[in-house]
Design a protein around this ligand. Structure first.
Ligand code: MLC
Length: 505
């Protein structure tokens, strides 16, 4: 399993650098093993048992990685939380998951203590002071170096990642040890990960992309990951130009910023072995612009939180513009009629469905939603529409589900609409994604105001500030448009396609 491979690297190449934050000290595989052991020992000393949820809301830092690896190592369920979540969202995740332990940044203590006081399953919050500067030594004084047995049941849940729903509050997708192992094995085969790879890691670590695809990818290979605490295009481009790196992974917004920064100048990054793009569709102009500017053909791949990676353009062979490639090793894909779920002929557009050992186990305590996510014969309904070319390449053609992707992050309109409807000045609303060069899509809210008198009409700034209290910043509408009516069908359901045509312009 993934953890066994990592343990082997720690034993066999203890002096090799595993991780290094920019400007920080290198952490060798030997040191990583010791730090993870100490952290595991700390978790056990708190009474954390297999299956307990350990929530971590920290910025990208070494303690985050140590807690992640330690929690999965002792069989607990790791729950990463975006530090950008405001209190209202955070409370929901902690309550729904029944997290026993929360690891958080000490700067948030005054906000978090009152919140966790009322959570019945919560037992303790461990605060880390200046987590990004701690060098991971927060737990240095623990001498424990015991070797713990690794979880051996592939069906055991290793982590839980929350994904929003089209009609409900976010759901915790349970990712098992077997899922992680299957994913990483197929990516290693497909992308030819090597021990001498050096990854420039600029993604957030609380999503599948940055955590599983990038970080696990490098650690599983016994390679080295250099980590940026946050993505900054200037820093990333300067680093890529040093020639020190072989692998880089990004979302289209990150690639767009790198491309724009180059501003027509040429940089030869052809020494990079692998530069991937994912989490959102890669626009054609960026694909070609990258070739011209950086002498690199981006490799686009397709995945989702519930599965990790499904499809990928090939390492060798044609990386087809606009296509998300071929099924990864061990992954089965098909395109079906969304109504009958009968497989469609090549070239016909339908829902993409996925099967394989990498597909998540279930939604946490949501048997109905889990059942609804799968077809009668066990295929995962991705909610993405697409087609298969006769030569096996898949191309995505929109979404069956009501979803906005902005900067590689998913925003479910109903979640934003629910918050908007709580505002006293909002009579009705609909949230849509409008195309945006930098972000792919931007969140736009159409609102019918409550007020009869213009003087009582809500103000865009006030609406956004209201949303900000309850939603992470990336979910807050970038534009609010006041309208007299919303296009609706005979049943009164808002016709979002029509609204997009009216407002996106
Ligand atoms: C930040 N902001 C966003 C945003 N990210 N708004 C919309 N969409 C986003 N994705 C907000 C900030 O809060 C801020 O708001 C304003 O935009 C400008 O911030 P910024 O400093 O310019 O943004 P930055 O911090 O640089 O972030 C941009 C980014 C980041 C692209 C680097 O969004 C990012 O890391 N995206 C990657 C997400 C990712 O890893 N996705 C994988 C999911 S897994 P304000 O108002 O406060 O100024 C998955 C499966 C798969 O999808 O297949 O991979």
């Amino acid at each position: 399993m993934f953890l066994d491979t990592l343990a082997n690297h720690c034993r066999n190449q203890p002096d090799k650098t595993a991780l290094q934050f920019i400007g920080g000290q290198p952490v060798t595989y030997g040191e990583l093993a010791a730090a993870v052991n100490r952290t595991a020992d700390y978790l056990l000393s708190l009474g954390i048992q297999p299956g307990d949820r350990v929530a971590v809301q920290l910025p990208k830092c070494l303690p985050f990685i140590y807690f992640h690896l330690a929690a999965v190592r002792i069989g607990a369920i790791f729950l990463p939380l975006n530090p950008a979540y405001p209190t209202a969202e955070l409370r929901y995740f902690l309550a729904d998951s029944g997290a026993r332990l929360l690891i958080a940044d000490a700067k948030d203590q005054s906000k978090l203590d009152p919140l966790t006081d009322n959570l019945p399953d919560h037992q303790k919050t461990t605060y880390i002071f200046q987590p990004q500067d701690s060098g991971g030594n927060w737990i240095e004084d623990r001498s424990a170096q015991r070797d713990y047995p690794l979880p051996s049941d592939p069906d055991q849940t290793a982590m839980m990642l929350y994904t929003s729903g089209t009609t409900s509050r976010p759901k915790g997708a349970e990712i098992t040890h077997g899922n992680l192992t299957a994913n990483i094995a197929s990516l290693h085969e497909a992308w030819g990960w090597r021990r001498d790879d050096v990854l420039l890691h600029a993604l957030p670590v609380f999503h599948v992309h940055g955590l599983v695809v990038a970080l696990h990818g490098a650690l599983h290979a016994g390679a080295t990951a250099l980590l940026c605490p946050a993505f900054d295009a200037r820093t990333a481009l300067d680093l890529l130009c040093t020639g020190r790196f072989s692998v880089f992974m990004g979302v289209p917004t990150m690639h767009r910023r790198l491309y724009q920064l180059a501003a027509g100048q040429r940089y030869d990054l052809s020494g990079m072995r692998l530069m991937t793009s994912g989490s959102d569709r890669l626009p054609d102009d960026l694909f070609y612009g990258y070739q011209e500017t950086f002498n690199v053909t981006l490799l686009e791949r397709y995945g989702m939180t519930e599965t990790g990676m499904n499809l990928s353009n090939p390492l060798q062979g044609e990386r087809r513009v606009g296509a998300v490639g071929l099924p990864l090793p061990g992954v089965a894909a098909r395109v079906v009629d969304p109504d009958t779920e009968q497989p469609l002929a090549d070239g016909d557009i339908g829902e993409v469905q996925i099967k394989g050992a990498h597909v998540f186990k279930r939604y946490w305590r949501q048997p109905e939603k889990t059942a609804a996510a799968f077809s009668a014969d066990g295929w995962l309904r991705t909610g993405d529409m697409g087609l298969r070319e006769p030569d096996g390449y898949y191309t995505l053609k929109g979404r069956a589900k009501d979803l906005i992707i902005t900067g590689g992050l998913n925003v479910y309109p109903p979640e934003v609409e629910l918050v908007l409807m709580e505002h006293p000045s909002v009579a009705a609303c609909a949230v849509i994604g409008c195309p945006d060069d930098e972000w792919g899509e931007q969140v736009v809210a159409a609102i019918i105001p409550q007020a009869a008198e213009p003087a009582d009409a809500p103000d865009e700034g006030e609406i956004c500030a209201f949303c900000r209290q309850q939603l992470a910043a990336y979910k807050v509408p970038r534009r609010v448009i006041f309208v007299d009516k919303l296009p609706a069908n005979a049943l009164g359901k808002v016709q979002k396609a029509k609204l997009r045509a009216q407002l996106c312009g």
